[in-house]
Design a protein. Structure first.
Length: 310
């Protein structure tokens, strides 16, 4: 009683259990909203908006949001879908973005980088990390297909998830000469791997804005690399890209736009964009985020009026 419990959205039932237990115990509770279910499942086409499962989950969310004292979003775009729930009010929402785990500093594109040695192309396009049901692997492969006659551009892909399985299937069928796969890169090699590419892609499906934020985004900026983001313009990462001049935002499903953005990136001023990326990454600092979390918890502990709002 009187404590503050901080929880996350995975495993799936955890936030419901925490919110209920805190309410029964007389504690305060806050949820870090990494993924908004069932919204992201609807966006991905895995659930229908009016299905029994969707409506049941939304009803459970409304009860949970009513019980929670605060919901922490890692993207500004999450506010709109959150406020569609009857149990959510604007005063409960706090925006605390994630942070880069690498030191923000320009890393030169070096020919002796271990991940570039086997590639003859001057311009390497990277894709890494988990590709789940909110991501679109096919737009990346189709862009590579459109650029296959341009030997100066090569795609370097490393990651896991259903999206990467799909990419491997597509490559097995087409055998594009400008696509290479790597195994999953260990944490100790992450910095060198991110520095290997000239440009990084983050490919989202249509209508995912507000449901998911790519945490990998901040490390890409930290090593001084521009990005091409496939998403709606109101998505958190897209807003950051446009506000700081960090790359390109292309329409989901438009492989031709993605290919053209990659061509534009290969001709752009890499030094200027790297400087802007590193400067932006410095804003997404772990200490800043931790101070914001500590401030919120202190507020919930000390402010009786806020803690009791439902």
């Amino acid at each position: 009683r009187g404590d503050v419990v901080l929880t996350v959205t995975a495993p799936f039932m955890l936030p419901y259990a925490v919110a209920a237990a805190a309410r029964l115990k007389g504690a305060r509770s806050a949820l870090i909203m990494h993924d908004l279910f069932p919204d992201v499942l609807v966006m991905a086409g895995l659930l229908k908006p009016g299905s029994i499962v969707t409506m049941t989950m939304r009803a459970a969310n409304s009860l949970m949001f009513r019980a929670l004292n605060a919901v922490i979003t890692i993207g500004r775009d999450a506010e709109r879908p959150l406020l569609s729930y009857s149990g959510m009010t604007r005063n409960k929402i706090r925006f605390i973005p994630n942070w880069a785990t690498l030191v923000a500093a320009p890393r030169p594109v070096a020919a002796d980088n271990p991940f570039r040695k086997a590639l003859s192309a001057d311009f390497v396009v990277g894709l890494s990390g988990n590709l789940g049901f909110t991501h679109d692997p096919e737009i990346v492969f189709e862009a590579a297909r459109l650029l296959r006659a341009e030997p100066g551009i090569h795609f370097l892909l490393s990651g896991w998830g259903i999206g990467f399985e799909r990419l491997k299937q597509l490559q097995a069928e087409a055998n594009l000469p400008n696509v290479s796969f790597l195994g999953r890169v260990e944490d100790g090699e992450l910095e060198a791997f991110l520095a290997a590419a000239n440009l990084w892609i983050i490919p989202y499906r249509k209508d995912v804005a507000g449901g998911s934020v790519p945490s990998r985004f901040y490390n890409l900026l930290a090593v001084g690399r521009p990005v091409v983001l496939v998403s709606e313009p109101e998505a958190e990462a897209a807003l950051t890209v446009v506000e700081n001049g960090l790359g390109w935002v292309v329409t989901p499903g438009r492989a031709d736009q993605l290919a053209e953005a990659i061509r534009a990136a290969s001709r752009s001023d890499a030094v200027a964009m790297a400087e802007r990326a590193v400067k932006a990454a410095a804003k997404f600092d772990r200490v800043t985020a931790m101070n914001a979390y500590a401030g919120l918890i202190d507020e919930l502990l000390r402010n009786t009026e806020l803690a009791e709002r439902r």
